[in-house]
Design a protein around this ligand. Structure first.
Ligand code: NAD
Ligand code: 6OD
Length: 486
């Protein structure tokens, strides 16, 4: 039986209360292990360890030494690739074929990319003229912000946790991570890697538990936490923002989306189908950047819909280890209940179910898992809840449009503003439309094509702030101006 303990000050520790909760595999609902639930005492110990580490050997490392250490961490993740892969796929049910290309490689790359970007970032400098003619020099100097609380979701557990831990450590901070209660494994394993690489105790800490009245709340309300970086639902982001208001702590919020895909008649149809298939169905639709609203220009609407249905029918549901499988279960029974409630709602709201819409028969060994059918709807009105609310499942609605102006208005008619995908071979149109999208990230003729040097984040209710590349510096460091009179 696996036991997932907290990782505090370089050691694995059990909850003093003895409180644990079950961690189940969504493939077949089997028990993976027990997770220790942190109380206020464990969270306090983790935060104090992180505070103390700022003043220890970690705080004295040069940027070059930190960079070298983070490269070592990335290498070690790659050396233990199979363990991370197995742990991630057991927790989430996602196919090895996907996690081995996306989750685990990015888990390592998040350390190297940010270490390099930050090590090569110049500092700001201004020369000021003064009345005595001698002038003054202004030099920007960045210091770590301090103890960063990292609150992570379950959909890409290692990727999204290291996406925050990588830059936080590259900037010299220490972290206390609260992984999702659904996916504790890879974050716990990363503690071993930190010790193997010689990252000083207290720099990387992990506490397990839930949100309200549990580890998440205890961590985000802890007065010795200097800043909070969060990925998850918009409603949780609001709760965290309130917690951060006490003590005026900084926040970075990466929240939900209801992202549009726009397919113009002048697109390369096969490219658009391939990209939209990925954006709607990869990771069983559990990607914040995923497309749940697809708008297709009327002349190619029927052809596009027919091709999408053909491709959905070819998706291969199966166990993570099955090399042919490219579609796994949802993360949990609880999330399946939510997704299925939208499947029912879509029908109540008048959708035509083009394909899917139910629970697949996976056979006696897997029927206890959190499986749902990949689903396409048409025919919903623009104010249907299924069109307006984030479902976070393997489903999309496809609707025809007649003009560029109309589709821009439709795409932007949402409370969210995370991502958009545009499919057209007309580059002027692509830029014109992209510039009018109310979203933090726009892909043209691609989707989830990531360059870690670029800004990442959401507009409207999809978040606050930008991370990625040097943009993370604004959040993960304190910028001081030193003015030197000459
Ligand atoms: P969630 O908000 O339920 O949970 C995220 C984390 O917050 C978990 O660790 C949870 O335990 C913790 N938490 C919950 N309530 C809390 C509270 N009151 N105080 C402190 N911590 C609390 O999100 P989820 O269900 O794990 O993830 C799915 C959501 O995440 C979707 O909405 C998706 O769009 C979003 N997401 C956004 C991005 C992005 O980059 N914008 C990326 C991935 C996922
Ligand atoms: O690629 C990334 O850096 C990132 N933050 C992806 C988010 C995916 C959401 O599910």
């Amino acid at each position: 039986m696996n036991e997932f303990k907290h990782f505090i000050n370089g050691e694995y520790v059990a909850s003093a209360s003895g409180k644990t909760f079950d961690n189940r595999c969504p493939v077949d609902n089997s028990l993976i292990g027990r997770v220790h639930e942190a109380g206020r005492d464990e969270v306090d110990a983790a935060v104090r360890a992180a505070r103390a580490a700022l003043k220890g050997p970690w705080g004295k490392l040069t940027q070059a030494q930190r960079t070298a250490l983070l490269h070592k961490v990335a290498n070690r993740i790659n050396e233990r690739f199979d363990e991370f892969l197995e742990a991630e796929c057991r927790d989430t049910g996602k196919p090895y074929s996907i996690a081995s290309h996306i989750d685990i490689p990015r888990g390592a790359a998040n350390f190297t990319a940010f270490a390099e970007t930050l090590a090569n970032h110049p500092t700001e400098g201004f020369r000021l003229d003064t009345p005595d003619g001698k002038g003054a020099l202004n030099v920007g100097h960045r210091t770590p912000k301090g103890v960063i609380a990292v609150i992570a979701p379950w959909n890409l557990p290692l990727l999204l946790m290291t996406w925050k831990v990588g830059p936080a450590l590259a900037c010299g901070n220490t972290v206390v991570v609260k992984p999702s209660e659904e996916t504790p494994a890879t974050t716990t394993l990363l503690g071993e890697v930190m010790n193997e690489c010689g990252v000083p105790p207290g720099v990387f800490n992990v506490v397990h538990g839930f949100g309200p009245d549990s580890a998440g709340e205890f961590l985000t309300t802890h007065p010795l936490v200097d800043a909070i970086t969060f990925t998850g639902e918009t409603r949780t982001g609001e709760a965290i923002m309130k917690a951060a208001a006490v003590g005026l702590r900084n926040i970075s919020l990466e929240c939900g989306g209801k992202n549009p895909g726009i397919v113009f008649a002048d697109c390369d149809l096969e490219k658009a189908v391939e990209g939209t298939m990925r954006s709607a169905f990869v990771n069983c639709g559990q990607v914040c950047l995923g497309t749940e609203r697809v708008y297709v220009e009327r002349p190619i609407f029927d052809a596009f819909l027919a091709r999408m249905k053909e491709e959905v029918a070819k998706l291969k549901l199966g166990r993570p280890q099955d090399p042919q499988a490219n579609f796994g279960p949802l993360v949990s029974q609880e999330h399946r209940d939510k997704v299925l409630s939208y499947y029912r709602l879509a029908v109540e709201e008048g959708a035509t179910v083009e394909i899917g819409g139910g629970i697949p028969d996976m056979g006696p060994e897997l029927n206890g898992g959190a499986w749902v059918e990949p689903t396409i709807w048409t025919g919903l009105s623009d104010d249907a809840r299924v069109i307006r609310e984030e479902i976070f499942g393997p489903c999309c609605h496809i609707r025809p449009f007649d003009s560029e102006e109309e589709v821009i208005a439709l795409a932007n008619d949402t409370d969210y503003g995370l991502a958009a995908a545009i499919w057209t071979e007309n580059s002027s149109r692509a830029v014109r439309v992209a510039e009018q999208m109310e979203a933090g990230i726009v892909w043209v003729n691609s989707w989830f094509l990531r360059d870690l040097r670029t800004a990442f984040g959401g507009a409207k209710q999809s978040g606050i702030g930008r991370e990625g590349g040097v943009h993370g510096l604004e959040f993960y460091t304190e910028l001081k101006n030193i003015c030197i009179k000459l």
